[in-house]
Design a protein around this ligand. Sequence first.
Ligand code: HEC
Length: 180
Amino acid sequence: MDSFELNKLIAAVLMVALLIIGIGKLSNVIFHVEKPETPGYSVDVGQVVTTSTQSISETSEEKIDISALMALGDIKTGEKIFKKCAACHSIVKGGKNNIGPALYNVVGRNVAAVSDYKYSKALIGYDKEWTFEELNGYLIKPAKWIKGTKMAFAGLRKEKDRASVILYLNQNSDNPLPLP
Ligand code: HEC
């Protein structure tokens, strides 16, 4: 290779380099890329948390405002409504299990907590407490709230009926819970 050819080669390389730089600059002009203030992707952890609380509040929104609902109830009505439940449940202290488990003390107690009652797998697997919300949800339509429950009861459609019977259940307890 003589020096002339070497020069040509170097010139060619330089041209290519210039071209690349030129295209780079040109494309910067054409596709004006805004640099983000903070480089990289910012993963907003707060947002992820909000999403999950959002889904919780979405389901609880379906469950309606429980303190407003409970305010609709009265014990007298609850006692009357409970006659529907009494076909299957006892409510007095020391009451026996029937088709359904004894319900004295049920408000605030763990789901499926009566030791000598044979619950469905669905209820045993339902790892919650009988809060006002849970009772309300279950009593709207038991089979929908806890799929596979063997409580063969259509449910109480009226809010006042549910609130009243829950009040009545709560009253029949060693430690009635404060209303929400
Ligand atoms: C046809 C019978 C029947 C009627 C009527 C009935 N239940 Fe039940 N209930 C059951 C059975 C059976 C279970 C057990 C469910 C299971 O194991 O899946 C049950 C379970 C429950 C539980 C869960 C108790 C626990 O220890 O976890 C509550 C609370 C309850 N019933 C409340 C009521 C109320 C309130 C009414 C009336 C509005 C009512 N039930 C009407 C049969 C009935």
